[in-house]
Design a protein around this ligand. Structure first.
Ligand code: PLP
Length: 483
């Protein structure tokens, strides 16, 4: 009993085999579960003891309780009929790597605390750089999330714009001497940028939400005007965040002219391609990164659409020194013999501790090969285009924004029903019915003020048949709705 936290290793081996069998069975038959958990708030908590057990419990009982009490409260993100949010697609090789990662239990904060963790991360990020067509000169780090990567970018931009004084003196000390900062983002951008701007000291007041045009892309003229207004008011334009693939409708900001503007005004440029970035492995979708060679920072999430389970966010920077100068604090206990001679990734992000996330990228990329990854994503994009055509051709439905990659927004619009408030309410009811059915899972959106249903395709096990079946369910539920 001694040594292994009361679990002897033979027992662990047997339990692990049983759970792997369960995992394989789960992945093979995930379709038997409702996609969105069908529980009400508090239902799962009510099944859990209020206090922890004093004595050990057998794993058989814990595992049985997992199945009986936890699983009903799980929304099945790996279900092929999960079309909500953006995908967080996992895959068997990714899961296998995670098992090894958990077994090793290493913390990749310094090179020395796991040299393989650091060196594999550097190599995987360069593989990804090549896969998505980023030019040489970008250096990568795995962050927990795109939110975290964008925070690092906004912090670096802040430091650069203040001559590296904000960290040292504090933002309060800078006020009033021309160092009030502004950041710029499309009104279609993800809310994480606003949160990051709050944390990084720009304030909501310092974040300019630039209007988007009819194509849902940031308007260049409005961006330039906002920069000029700030300069005239003595405010320093510090950072532009360009979005490639906005969350609602997949809007793609015009990167090349934005980069040009940033260069002209000396503004830090960060690119948020959290979801759409995975599509860059297909050269035919690389138009959107024209001009990226002038960006300072770029993020995309393999944990969204590159078959690598959460969390794994690929963050590339052109000047790693600017990033580490912003984020590095080195007490004696974090120094090592190699300090300064190797990469210590703790200096490249906010958390000190870091999981061994590169391993799952290594497993996924090698196990599929780039060609298969490309064809899986190309399929998702082709199926989305096909679905959009069907929606557009259906008399009682309309596409609300042109499909982008794996995303389309639509609504039910019965003939003769033109009251916008009534249409909003009708589609809201339709969405609730669909999600309550457990047969598929979709999310809501507003497109130019109108309620829309978002259909996002990108699950690892999704096939054209699942998408067609979902479209059938949508029409069926729409027919059954009371007007
Ligand atoms: N940026 C965009 C465009 C997104 O769509 C999302 C999430 O959907 C995020 C950022 C936030 O991603 P994360 O959960 O990795 O912080």
């Amino acid at each position: 009993m001694a040594g292994r936290g009361c679990v002897d290793i033979e027992t662990f081996r047997r339990q692990a085999h049983e759970m792997v069998d369960w995992m394989a069975e789960y992945l093979a038959s995930v379709e038997r579960y409702p996609v969105r958990a069908q529980v009400v708030p508090g239902e799962i908590a009510a099944r859990l003891p209020a206090s922890p057990p004093d004595s050990p419990e057998p794993m058989e009982r814990i595992f049985a309780d997992f199945q009986a009490d936890i699983l009903p409260g799980v929304t099945h993100w790996q279900h092929p009929s999960f079309f909500a949010y953006f995908p967080a697609n996992a895959s068997p090789p990714s899961v296998l790597a995670e098992m090894l990662t958990a077994t090793l239990g290493v913390n990749c904060m310094l090179w020395q605390t796991s040299p393989a963790g650091t060196e594999l991360e550097t190599r995987m990020m360069d593989w990804l750089r090549q896969m998505i067509g980023l030019p040489e000169g970008f250096h990568g780090v795995i962050q927990d999330t795109a939110s975290g990567a964008s925070l690092c970018a906004l912090l670096t931009a802040r430091e650069r714009a203040t001559g590296w004084r904000a960290n040292a003196d504090g933002l309060g000390a800078l006020g009033g001497d021309g160092t009030r900062l502004a950041a710029y983002v499309s009104e279609e951008a993800h809310s994480s940028i606003e949160k990051d701007a709050m944390i990084a000291g720009y304030g909501q007041d310092g974040l300019r939400k630039i209007p988007a045009g009819d194509d849902f892309a940031m308007r260049l003229d409005a961006l330039e005007q906002a920069i000029a207004d700030d300069l005239a008011a003595g405010i320093t334009p510090a950072c532009v965040v360009a979005t490639l693939g906005s969350t609602g409708v997949g809007g793609i900001d015009p990167l090349a002219p934005i980069a040009e503007l940033c260069r002209r005004y000396g503004i830090f440029l960060h690119v948020d391609a959290a979801w759409a970035g995975s599509a860059l492995i297909l050269p035919e979708h690389r138009d959107m990164i024209a001009g990226v060679e002038h960006a300072d920072s770029f993020v995309f999430n393999p944990h969204k659409w590159l078959f690598t389970n959460f969390d794994c966010s690929a963050h590339f920077v052109r000047d790693p020194e600017a990033l580490t100068r912003t984020l590095s604090v080195t007490p004696l206990y974090l120094q090592s013999r190699e300090t300064g001679k190797v990469i210590d990734y703790r200096d490249w992000g906010v958390p000190l501790g870091r999981r061994f996330r590169a391993l799952k990228l290594w497993f996924v990329i090698r196990s599929y090969g780039v060609e298969n990854l490309k064809s899986m994503i190309a399929n998702h994009i082709a199926w989305t285009a096909e679905l959009s055509e069907q929606i557009a051709a259906a008399p009682d439905f309309e596409v609300m924004a042109p499909p982008v990659l794996g995303l389309v927004n639509f609504r039910h619009h019965p003939a003769g029903m033109d009251d916008e408030a009534a249409l909003d309410a009708l589609n809201q009811r339709l969405l609730e019915r669909l999600n309550d059915s457990g047969r598929l899972y979709l999310t809501q959106n507003r497109v130019k003020g109108r309620y829309a249903i978002r259909f996002s395709i990108g699950q690892t096990s999704a096939t054209l048949e699942h998408i067609q079946r979902a479209w059938g369910v949508i029409r069926e539920e729409a027919d059954g709705l009371e007007r």
